[in-house]
Ligand binder design. Structure first.
Ligand SMILES: [Zn+2]
Length: 444
């Protein structure tokens, strides 16, 4: 009996009713994956080397539009920071590609699965599957660790951005692990259970569960999870508070609170965000942001964030995310019932145990390779939203203050003023500073 027909005779996950669509041919799928992977690699290397060359070529002079506002030393620091991060990105890309090939075509996931199956004999289908997910995540985290450490304690440190101590790093990691387990394991168990028990249309149920989970996180993140990692204090500056409340009233927003977060514990990068939905909305300023910007500039930055809400960008992004995950679950529903899906990536489906965890892992490994090609589309949509939010900020606060704030934040984050245009078109979720400031100047 051939391997495929043996698997198909098992009652576990093989669903023959979905046979209207032609089955997945393993060789065709591994070929498509290989081609997509090579193409995306070539694309990433080409774009990043363009970026490095462009930034290095413009290192010696501040662009005309910024002469007088940006000192040469800041411009050169931004160039060096961009180049260092890009080079590091290419190295980690090469490493991650090897790891991905190891998991898939070279049979790594299959070997891990055999080991976990052996170790969990007698545990039952669910415990085996959760053990597989945990083992995979732990190995993945260990492989990532040196890269993360190098990024934080070498690159960020060298440019003066890292404020994290080793002690804080370890504490963060342990807390992150605990939160991940407490949140991740139940939702993983629920989805695995639905995959096994909810019949042909399990993916619809699983999608519903996933959406519910996401909404729950949206509520829990600002109120329960974020406070585990940072201190949030009510905005103490009465003058600024009155200014911000005035703006929110003008724009028709009711926030539950204005908070300052001690972002400076970890990083010198500044930020502000608006979080939650319904009556649980809150505004969070990083202390690093408040240190750098004056009152009118803070107001302009917040007006930009409110613009995202007024133009329904937040809702739009949520609906898009819901639709994409529905398509994703439907695709997973189809693929997970196909022997060819597993065989394409050198995984032998289980004969006597459910294959749902295997399908989930393979899906999460493989889909990003194809999804990469949608990056420019997502970036473009995001940049359009940013222009709209800027225009809103100009109408509700001062465009000149927003421009001043953007320049300061740009300098503090060592963002380059001279990105490669093609690279920026492809990756940038925010318009390059020159385009943004030009648009601000053209506002009425
Ligand atoms: Zn924005």
């Amino acid at each position: 009996m051939s391997f495929e027909s043996a698997a198909l005779s098992q009652p576990y996950t093989w669903n023959m009713s979905a046979s209207l669509i032609p089955p997945v041919h393993p060789l065709a799928l591994s070929l498509a994956f290989t081609v997509a992977l090579l193409l995306s690699l070539a694309c990433k290397f080409w774009l990043t080397s363009r970026q490095v060359r462009h930034v290095a070529r413009h290192r010696d002079a501040v662009p005309d539009a910024f002469a007088g506002t940006v000192p040469l030393s800041a411009h050169q620091k931004a160039a060096d920071y961009t180049v260092a991060r890009s080079r590091f990105g290419l190295l980690s890309l090469a490493f991650n590609t090897v790891v991905l090939l190891g998991w898939t075509l070279l049979g790594g996931l299959d070997s891990l699965n055999s080991a976990v199956l052996d170790a969990t004999i007698g545990w039952g289908g669910m415990a085996y599957q959760l053990a597989l997910l945990v083992a995979f995540s732990v190995i993945g985290a260990l492989l990532d660790l040196p890269w993360e450490l190098y990024n934080t304690f070498r690159i960020e440190q060298r440019f003066g951005f890292n404020k994290m101590t080793w002690k804080l790093y370890v504490a963060d990691s342990l807390k992150g692990l605990a939160v991940g387990a407490i949140i991740g394991l139940p939702i993983a168990a629920l989805i695995l259970w639905l995959m096994g028990a909810a019949g042909t249309y399990w993916w619809l149920w699983a999608w519903g569960a996933w959406m519910g989970f996401n909404l729950l996180i949206l509520v829990l993140y600002p109120t329960v999870i974020a406070p585990l990692f940072n201190k949030f204090e009510p905005l103490p500056d009465e003058g600024l508070k009155a200014r911000v409340e005035g703006l929110m009233q003008r724009c028709g927003f009711a926030a539950k609170g204005l908070f300052v977060m001690d972002g400076s514990r970890r990083s010198a990068h500044g930020n502000a965000y608006f979080t939650g939905f319904g009556p649980a909305k809150r505004v969070v300023f990083f202390d690093t942001l408040l240190e750098r910007l004056n009152g009118p500039e803070v107001e302009a930055v917040l007006a930009h964030e409110l613009g995202h809400f007024k133009h329904k960008h937040v809702l739009k992004r949520m609906v898009t995310m819901f639709a994409i995950s529905l398509a994703g679950f439907a695709l997973l529903g189809w693929l997970s019932a196909q022997t060819g899906f597993y065989l394409a990536f050198s995984v032998r489906p289980n004969m006597a145990a459910p294959n749902d965890a295997l399908a989930l892992l393979l899906f999460m490994l493989v889909v990003p390779v194809f999804a990469f090609f949608f990056t420019p589309l997502a970036s473009r949509m995001s940049r359009k939203d940013e222009f709209q939010a800027d225009a809103y900020a100009c109408a509700q606060a001062s465009g000149a203050d927003l421009a001043a704030a953007l320049l300061k934040l740009h300098e503090d984050n060592a963002g380059t003023l001279t990105p490669d245009p093609v690279y920026a078109r492809f990756y940038y979720s925010h318009p390059p500073a020159s385009e943004r400031l030009a648009a601000l100047q053209n506002q009425p």
